[in-house]
Design a protein around this ligand. Sequence first.
Ligand code: NAD
Length: 336
Amino acid sequence: MAKVLCVLYDDPKDGYPTSYARDDIPTIESYPGGQTARLPDADVVISQPFWPAYITAERMAKAPNLKLAITAGIGSDHVDLDAATKHGLTVAEVTYSNSISVAEHVVMMILGLVRNYLPSHQVVLDGGWDVADCVSRSYDLEGMHVGTLAAGRIGLAVLHRLAPFDVKLHYTDRHRLPESIERELNLTFHPDTASTVPHCDVVTVNAPLHPETEGLLGDELLATMKRGTYLINTARAKIADRDAIDRALRSGRLAGYAGDVWYPQPAPADHPWRTMPHHGMTPHISGSSLSAQTRYAAGTREILESWLAGTPIRDEYLIVDGGRLAGAGAHSYSTR
Ligand code: NAD
């Protein structure tokens, strides 16, 4: 096994510079002699979903050596999985590394929206004491119906964490949970998303982005939700129709929308989700707490070491392998 030692130099004495002498640096495509400096030469690419390098079919076509794409985190939709199957690329991610991190963020966002936390905090920052304004959009979560679209690692962890709040829990998933869990958490299972959301006061989205889920949360589905539903999407932005969410908040169909996933990322300054009413968006941070980073860094290293040693990558880390969906990918994704 190879030992890799990274020898770095100290940080600047006064901390990192807040500005630089120049605004950009020249882009170097290749070194003298023809060695390329970028993806075309790489055997392995390690990327992450928070500020993703979109590994498109075109990019794969220009990178003939590429054999392995590792996602440092969970959610490999920034890699074109159809193209990966055709190119024989192995795609792997660090399954479970930040699932609990996201579940905690979901619970925080549900409470934040339902209790009207962010606008009330803003009143404090603005020097006010406008109690009546703060509470005019504030409710108790207790007694509400909460549904998750998908009950995999994140969705199930959200259900577990919400059960003590005395809510009524609903879920849908391609794979029904064991009866013992349904009984323990008093879950109501629905066969699909369309039959789940009309029952819910709060909907949380925890499915991967793939052909079955892309564009799912559009005008048609939103129209079947109760007026004043809260929607939390920490899964992937493209599961929702960007403008339909904006419209539903303005019409009151949704009482609030929160999440941390955008398209594209980074979101442009004029992305409508930055300014739509009653939102509690963050940048893509839920799965990147320092705790999570420690785990997905270790998992990335484990995947890389397996690959370098020619030993099998753990099945639960695999999304695409041998020209088809594999492992966690076969369980949770589909291709066109
Ligand atoms: P998981 O594989 O454990 O669970 C995914 C679940 O989705 C599975 O149970 C699967 O059966 C279900 N599913 C897939 N397609 C479905 C469909 N059409 N209808 C119903 N259910 C469907 O993965 P996880 O760890 O729970 O993560 C889920 C997703 O959350 C990831 O793929 C990723 O997109 C997102 N995520 C976001 C962050 C973040 O930082 N915001 C971090 C981690 C994961």
